[in-house]
Design a protein around this ligand. Structure first.
Ligand SMILES: Nc1ncnc2c1ncn2[C@@H]1O[C@H](COP(=O)(O)OP(=O)(O)OP(=O)(O)O)[C@@H](O)[C@H]1O
Ligand SMILES: [Mg+2]
Length: 243
């Protein structure tokens, strides 16, 4: 069973003359452990699609199945539970809480979900180690570089053990070197830790880390490229992503 099965997704913002059709019949599937990049011009509906896949917003028509649950059938309470436990989110501007340290930020989703503080901190510490931030647990966001802050956000996205990680422009606010590091880390999230990863990116070098690239234009899927496994591509993936 696919982890994500989205069918004929349509999203219209507003009504009447000012209505904007952001998505116009998008269908896609993502398998467990797969890394998918979504690319396309500004305004083509990438963020809208990611929001619908993550249950942050509801489609005008069409359906999203996550793990066999049709999101449209769920109550708000059940949807919130699936979002918290099955899906991790990563944002362009990290969205860390400035007054909390790295450990407290990474632990936040499970702390809010009722996990006892000691256990939440132990699990967060484990993920901070895995993303390469050992020794930085008590640093606040303003004491970390952009790349390190995004690593905290990756740990926070994984702390609840989700099956799916969604990231909107996760490298959009990072320099080239940190961007490649975060892309490599997301590759690891899929390969080593078995989570499905869906990212939106404008950067062909970042999209080249994925297994597959979906190209959107004017709210519709216009192309799709399956990439070669990393290590065997000799730079061809970046070429495919950038066309
Ligand atoms: N809340 C909203 N209300 C009205 N229109 C919206 C809303 N959100 C997005 N739109 C419109 O829907 C279309 C798709 O927007 P979306 O943010 O999904 O594009 P995007 O591909 O993520 O663009 P970018 O690359 O600039 O982030 C755009 O025309 C946008 O103006
Ligand atoms: Mg966007």
């Amino acid at each position: 069973m696919s982890l994500i099965a989205a069918t004929h997704l349509k999203k219209v913002y507003g009504v009447g003359e000012t209505a904007v059709t952001a998505l116009n019949g998008v269908s896609l599937q993502v398998e467990p452990g797969e890394f998918v990049a979504i690319m396309g011009p500004s305004g083509c509906g990438k963020s809208t699609l990611l929001h619908l896949l993550g249950g942050l917003d509801r489609p005008t028509s069409g359906s999203v199945m996550i793990d066999g649950h049709n999101l449209s059938d769920l109550s708000d309470a059940k949807l919130t539970e699936i979002r918290r436990r099955r899906i991790g989110f990563i944002f362009q501007f990290f969205n860390l809480i400035p007054v909390l340290n790295a450990l407290e930020n990474a632990a936040l989703p499970i702390t809010l979900d009722g996990v006892k503080p000691a256990e939440a901190k132990a699990r967060a510490a484990e993920w901070l180690d895995k993303v390469g931030l050992e020794g930085r647990s008590d640093h606040r966001p303003d004491q970390l570089s952009g790349g390190q802050q995004q690593r905290v956000a990756v740990a926070r996205a994984l702390v609840a053990d989700p099956a799916l990680v969604l990231a909107d422009e996760p490298t959009g606010n990072l320099d080239t070197h940190s961007s490649e590091e975060i892309a490599g880390l997301l590759r690891q999230v899929a390969n080593d830790w078995g989570r499905a990863v869906v990212i939106v990116t404008h950067d062909p070098r970042i999209a080249a880390y994925a297994d597959r690239i979906i190209f959107l234009k004017d709210g519709a899927v216009v192309d799709e490229t399956v990439l070669e496994p990393r290590g065997s591509s000799n730079g061809r993936n970046a070429e495919l992503a950038g066309r």
